[in-house]
Design a protein around this ligand. Sequence first.
Ligand code: UDP
Length: 465
Amino acid sequence: MEKMVHIAVVPGPGFSHLVPILQFSKRLVQLHPNFHVTCLIPTLGSPPSASKSILETLPPNIKSIFLQPVKPEDLPQRVAIETQIQFTVTLSLPSIHQALKTLTSKTPFVALVADSFAFEALDFAKEFNLLSYIYFPSSATTLSWYLYVLKLDKETSCEYRDLPEPVKIPGCVPIHGRDLNNQAQDRSSQVYKLFLQRVQRFCFFDGIFINSFFEMEASPIRALKEEGRGYPLVYPVGPIVQTGDDANGLECLTWLDKQEVGSVLYVSFGSGGTLSQEQVNELAYGLELSNHKFLWVVREPSSLAFDAYLSAKRDVDPLHFLPGGFLERTKEQGLVIPSWAPQIQVLGHSSVGGFLTHCGWNSILESVVHGVPLITWPLFAEQRMNAVVLSEGLKVGVRPRVGENGLVEKVEIVEVIKCLMEGEEGGKMHKRMEELKEAANSALKEDGSSTKTLSELVLKWENLV
Ligand code: UDP
């Protein structure tokens, strides 16, 4: 009889840090049904409803426990989103410790896997005799930068955006300092210091899972695995994306059914990305003037790009913020839906031919899995780095230029839409994305690169029981 293997996972707060680690857990128990996963979830305030509903879809051998929610007023005020996420975990540590104590007193667990923002939970691994792993829900390129910054921090003193040359991270497409992650944009800030402290710790864990795959990021993955760098073991296990079942009959899918194959541009800024009112206006006019079909997930505007990210927002109809007459004028051309779309089904729909995305890594992988090329419009976090990987490295996306006023203007929006949806370059992007889709499928086959990587580790864990 196969041995039962128990592991615990700790996601970071926020929908898009919960989903990846749950998907990873699902894949693990699907490939290895003798595995049991317990997910300990830190939250800030009440969790978004999308997070609650995703937990209802878990198989029986994945259990979830919401930890005592952290009160928003207990966090330092007006700090960066990354700091909020990390402090939420810090304040949840006593509950994580208690939960681990209770769990391991009944059953032997072999490993603890934590989202990269929940790395502090791994401090408990030794006490409970667990191996410790980071689940890094992002690219190999981003991880490479996180490990490389420790060196660059010692070698340079100016802001990275003032470096005369793009940063050459081993194995990666060169990235200009201004495109590095938000946390690295102000070296005197608290968020940068926390970032350095976090990545310093990465080298001391038993390994790091990345949601990427060899065929997509061969060069950074090879460089990460090169001996002599003192890096932790890296396990590319992706692309792990949501499968998304039961969304049939929704208005937007019925609308897509009526459109021509490959004709619709899907527009979405992730689980919480927001645009300013001026930018919403430019985007609306750009979509309208492009004359292309579109499906746009609209959110209430905000001056903070990540305003809707961590917790549920007030109940305001986002469509009120669209330019006057827009909905009426575009009723034959596009469909606008408030706040949330069944993204997996949308990207999997044959009518969708392009995706204007904020370049969150999950959205990117979902697009790759469905072969949909991109307009890369990064907002925050490491999204600008992702945009560089996609548009300059893999060449499966086109990146709009941000004007001096900080806006992507309607003329530019029209241009990138036309480039992607009708231009010669767009055709090439489509083709390259199709190839990447094939490679993604292969990586997940029984003998695929990502499946083999995971299975090797599973064997190691089983031998510990
Ligand atoms: N998502 C969705 N519907 C929406 C917006 C987002 O289902 O209207 C899902 C999307 O499929 C992805 C996740 O939310 O799985 C967003 O993650 P990503 O890493 O792209 O961006 P983030 O939310 O972290 O900015």
